[in-house]
Write a protein that binds this ligand. Structure first.
Ligand SMILES: *[C@@H]1O[C@H](CO)[C@@H](O)[C@H](O)[C@H]1NC(C)=O
Ligand SMILES: *[C@@H]1O[C@H](CO)[C@@H](O)[C@H](O)[C@H]1NC(C)=O
Ligand SMILES: *[C@@H]1O[C@H](CO)[C@@H](O)[C@H](O)[C@H]1NC(C)=O
Length: 212
């Protein structure tokens, strides 16, 4: 029940004093939400435009050629061999070029590292392919009994599958903007033909897995 000591107009004025403040808060929240939404949409549109303009594409690595020389697995399980292979690094991007740091190359058989090499750093322009010739020498590498047995079996079967791991860092460049270093890992599993030792006629091109 209304307090008879307060007149009707005074009550209405008190209510008006509360209401505008409530309205203001509501409007502020609504404006803030609208501004945030607009910003979000702007960011999304810029990302979409940047994506459409740059059209980033995955780097492509293939093993084109490979051969084995001086393969020798002794009876006391020491392996010596030279593996030559050429990898094509292809940058399909029309607007992105890459700076490759020096690349560490590992060859492993049955999860056992047998040879290591390094490829020099290089710059890869847009839509460029670059051939990397890698020579990996396994020099008197001690193998476990089971690995050595498996390798002997593979060899008598005529084919040995090695895993080649390339490990490096890249920076990419779009226009004059350069990214920070990112780790790039490439796995290839070329199959070397041991029947036709040192002949690469029967080598089949192989795509590698690329993780950036
Ligand atoms: C393989 O290596 C062993 C030990 O070095 C050597 O005695 C042997 O002659 C080598 N075999 C071939 C085919 O080169
Ligand atoms: C790829 O780029 C390198 C470095 O700029 C260059 O030497 C090479 O000729 C280019 N390859 C092709 C196929 O354009
Ligand atoms: C390979 O290494 C083992 C052990 O270190 C050694 O006994 C053997 O003589 C080495 N063989 C060659 C060909 O260097």
């Amino acid at each position: 029940m209304a307090d008879p000591t307060i007149s009707q107009p005074a009550q209405a004025a008190a209510q008006q004093r509360v209401h505008p403040r409530g309205h203001l808060l509501q409007r502020l929240v609504r404006y803030t939400a609208l501004v945030l939404l607009a910003l979000l949409i702007l960011v999304a549109i810029s990302v979409l435009i940047a994506w459409l303009v740059i059209r980033p594409k995955r780097l492509v690595f293939t093993v084109e050629d490979g051969s084995v020389h001086s393969f020798n697995l002794t009876h006391d399980q020491y392996l010596s061999a030279t593996f030559d292979f050429s990898i094509i690094s292809y940058n399909p991007n029309r607007r992105v070029s890459f700076y490759y740091d020096s690349i560490e190359v590992w060859a492993s058989y049955d999860d056992h590292d047998i040879a290591f090499s390094v490829v020099n750093s290089f710059f890869q322009p847009r839509r460029n392919w670059t051939r990397l010739d890698v020579k990996l020498a396994a020099q008197n590498v001690s193998l476990s009994r089971s690995t050595s047995r498996e390798l002997r079996l593979d060899k008598s079967g005529g084919q040995v599958e090695l895993t080649i791991l390339l490990d490096t860092r890249v920076r990419f460049k779009v226009g004059s903007w350069k990214s920070r270093d990112r780790i790039l890992r490439i796995w290839c599993s070329p199959v070397f033909d041991l029947v036709h030792l040192s002949s690469s006629n029967n080598f089949h091109m192989k795509y590698c897995d690329v993780e950036l």
